[in-house]
Design a binder for this molecule. Structure first.
Ligand code: NAD
Ligand code: UD1
Length: 338
């Protein structure tokens, strides 16, 4: 019995490989290296002390996928593979629909053919859109998304629900991540953004290490305690452990089930900057700039469903997230380039 992890060389995927192995699962990893380095998996093997099959394969490559299912007994798929840059998705919508939506359809088709009908899917809090109030509950309406990336997540959720309706043997767990940050405690694996980071934490750590002169704080006139945007930051290792529980659940149940994976606590941009400076003893110069189009003031989860059903909740603090990000960034100033 093995679990196939698509996109397993990426940020969340590599951390999830470690937690799945630690929980006693056998894994098979697939990635096309579009946004990843082979070094990430070498380090996963080093940290876990385990070996496992890896396939350099694209989720849109039907023959490549068939070979993986023929050569391994796969019981479930944790599906991370996809493109994730919001701004880029506005410029290249067809690439996003082809890779994320088309790739998932191909993957599901090959899974069904192989008789493997269990999937844990990486969705996002972005599906809740702009108008739902926080804390966000799984039952709130979705689909009012503002960019092609978010729309791919919404569409894939709907496709996977339809698949479960069409065939009651399917088991799908839709995991809506809030804002994953942090890195493995060892400092050996972490987030490795390409070019200028879009997200807050990688930007902060690149300012702290001197790669960028200052952080732009996108607006300080929101209706929040200090005027800056509030988000639910979740440590990537807590998030990875959520996938272990979601896999346990998917193996025992059928149908489609949605879970938020978040802490339930909001942190502002300036709180994150100050915490990073304090716990790491480094300076993060910043300037307040205009709001980023499409941003909302506040977004945090109601995490109780995952706690009740999956027996999972986060354990790590914002301090841990800042400390572990900095350990990764300072030990690997150029990411996985050795
Ligand atoms: P990542 O880019 O680090 O990982 C994605 C991995 O998928 C990469 O290793 C990439 O090479 C691979 N990949 C992309 N397209 C592929 C394809 N067609 N075939 C095979 N492999 C392919 O991103 P991540 O941050 O680890 O995110 C993982 C998943 O979680 C993504 O689906 C992302 O949309 C989702 N997600 C991420 C966040 C976040 O903030 N990081 C938030 C919500 C949801
Ligand atoms: C963004 C995406 C969301 C995606 C998520 C992945 C947008 C509009 N949304 O969410 O679809 O699922 O990343 O984690 O891009 N900020 C700054 N300066 C910066 C960067 C960010 O002030 O240089 C602020 C933002 O205004 C926001 C907060 O930091 O208030 C977090 O931003 P970010 O890390 O980009 O995540 P989200 O916007 O929540």
């Amino acid at each position: 019995m093995a679990i196939l992890i698509t996109g397993g060389c990426g940020f969340i995927g590599s951390h999830t490989c470690i937690e799945m192995l630690a929980a006693g699962y056998d894994i098979v990893v697939l990635d096309n290296y579009y946004n990843a380095s082979p070094i990430a998996l070498q380090r996963v093997k080093e940290l876990s002390g385990r070996d496992f099959p890896f396939y350099e394969c694209d989720i849109r490559d039907e023959a490549g996928l068939r070979k993986i299912f023929a050569e391994n007994k796969i019981d479930a798929v944790i599906h991370f593979a996809g493109l994730k840059a919001v701004g880029e998705s506005v410029q290249k919508p067809l690439e996003y629909y082809d890779n994320n939506v088309g790739g998932t359809v191909t993957l599901c088709r090959v899974m069904a053919e192989a008789g493997c009908k269990r999937m844990i899917f990486s969705s996002s809090a972005t599906v809740y859109g702009m108008s739902n109030p926080s804390p966000l509950l799984e039952t709130y309406h979705t689909g009012e998304v503002t960019n092609p990336y978010g729309r791919t997540k919404y569409i894939i959720e709907e496709i996977l629900k339809d698949v479960c309706v069409s065939d009651p043997a399917w088991s799908v767990v839709l995991l809506r991540y809030f804002n994953p940050i942090g890195a493995h405690e060892s400092g050996r694996i972490g987030e490795n953004p390409n070019g200028i980071p879009n997200n807050l934490m990688p930007y902060i750590s690149q300012v702290a290490i001197g790669k960028r002169p200052f952080l732009s704080v996108f607006g300080d006139d929101y209706d929040t305690p200090d005027g800056t945007g509030v988000r639910d930051y979740i440590h990537v290792v807590d998030l990875a452990k959520g996938h272990v529980r979601a896999t346990d659940f998917a193996l025992k149940n059928t149908g489609a089930e949605v879970f938020n994976l978040g802490t339930g606590k909001g942190t502002s941009v300036l709180e994150l900057v100050k915490t990073f400076e304090r716990v790491n003893g480094v300076a993060v110069p910043y300037k307040v700039t205009p709001r980023r189009p499409g941003d909302i003031a506040t977004c945090y989860s109601d995490p109780h469903k995952a706690e009740a059903v999956l027996q999972w909740k986060t354990e790590k603090t914002v301090e841990d997230m800042c400390r572990d990000t900095w350990r990764w960034q300072s030990q690997n100033p150029n990411g996985f380039e050795e």
